[in-house]
Design a protein around this ligand. Structure first.
Ligand code: HEC
Length: 101
């Protein structure tokens, strides 16, 4: 039995080591921030609630610059959030939005 358990730990450990990279930490941090500050308008899980807000699933994944600038300075009815979040947090939200499946 003891051997069985250590075998399980041996098999599971490399998997968890693979999934807990820095990037997935950023993804999770970004998800929390998103749920807190963006989901009201843009929808939980990026599912657009049918309001006038932008559908973030359609946001171009290669345009990080535009994302940072829109979130920092606001756009149209979207409030500027540059005073609410620091650069690192906006970066984490970008990881979440751009890698969301
Ligand atoms: C008060 C509602 C509201 C909140 C809160 C909000 N947004 Fe928006 N967002 C909007 C609306 C409305 C638009 C469409 C703006 C336009 O194009 O006129 C938009 C547009 C955007 C765009 C596209 C901008 C572009 O370049 O075209 C991005 C990216 C975005 N929001 C990200 C976010 C993120 C990330 C958060 C959370 C940190 C957030 N928004 C919070 C309402 C909101």
């Amino acid at each position: 039995m003891k051997q069985f358990i250590s075998l399980c730990i041996f098999l599971i450990f490399p998997l968890s080591a693979l999934t807990s990279t820095d990037l997935s930490d950023d993804y999770e941090a970004g998800e929390e921030l998103y749920d807190l500050a963006c989901a009201n308008c843009h929808g939980k899980n990026l599912r657009n609630p049918g309001t006038a807000s932008f559908n973030l699933k359609m946001f171009p994944k290669n345009d990080k610059k535009r994302f940072i600038s829109s979130v920092t300075s606001g756009k149209g009815f979207m409030p500027a959030l540059g005073d609410v979040f620091d650069a690192e947090e906006i970066e984490q939200i970008w990881v979440y939005v751009s890698q969301h499946k």
